[in-house]
Design a protein around this ligand. Structure first.
Ligand code: ZN
Length: 228
């Protein structure tokens, strides 16, 4: 039998494999990901390390399903029109009222480039020609990988979608740096403008930008209650 940890007691955020030996769940299975009932059969699940595995999973002993929780892809674009880029003001939490690049969760059955194009249309009403992948940013504490593509805006017929309050074209001087929603967006835009200034966008000589963001943004505020 493979090394299997038998969970005899579970406390908040931790499991015990034997007296005095506690595995902290945080790096493996955050509380938000804990499930109580099997989504396949409805039976109560238990948290344990499956045989041959090395970390705790929600396991259904009724139907045998092991419920794996894996990171999700957030995919978006940097929509470019001449010397400007298109940004969206968020109409949803988190970071309601802050500005962002059009992006969202990838759906089953689509490619990353298709997801980027769809999200740009949904959030900004914008049709784009998706170009090269520009940045890939790991955000492990929220279980996400963010991907941003360069994109060429095909026309100026844009409008905020359900998840946006407003969309606008800005040049570098008008980017609301203090009101950007997420560090992945800030990093991507800094790299974009640096590459553009150096001519690396024009001749496609830029390299893929990567970054690991391992700390939460504090405070994760909203502009929802701010009175103009
Ligand atoms: Zn089940």
């Amino acid at each position: 039998m493979a090394r299997t940890l038998c969970m005899t007691r579970r406390t908040a955020g931790a499991i015990q494999k034997r007296p005095g030996a506690v595995i902290h769940l945080a790096p493996f299975l955050p509380n938000a990901s804990l499930m109580k009932f099997c989504s396949n059969c409805g039976h109560a699940v238990v948290l344990r390390v499956p045989e041959g595995d090395n970390r705790p999973r929600s396991v259904c002993d009724s139907c045998g399903t092991i419920h794996y929780v894996n990171p999700r892809n957030v995919v978006g674009t940097i929509p470019v029109w001449e010397d400007k880029i298109l940004i969206c003001k968020r109409a949803i939490e988190p970071r309601y009222g802050f500005w962002t690049l059009p992006a969202g969760f990838m759906e089953i059955g689509e490619t990353t480039a298709q997801a980027a194009s769809r999200e740009t249309l949904e959030e900004a009403g914008a049709r784009v020609e998706v170009g090269e992948l520009f940045s890939m940013l790991n955000v492990p504490h929220v279980h996400q990988v963010h991907l941003f593509y360069l994109a060429r805006l095909l026309d100026l017929d844009v409008a905020p979608g359900e998840e946006s309050l407003e969309v606008k074209l800005v040049d570098e001087a008008d980017v609301p740096w203090d009101d950007l929603a997420f560090p992945t967006v800030i990093h991507t835009l800094r790299c974009f403008f640096a590459d553009r200034a150096a001519g690396r966008i024009a001749d496609s000589s830029f390299r893929l930008h990567t970054l690991d963001i391992d700390k939460p943004m504090r405070p994760l505020t909203s502009r929802a209650t701010v009175t103009p």
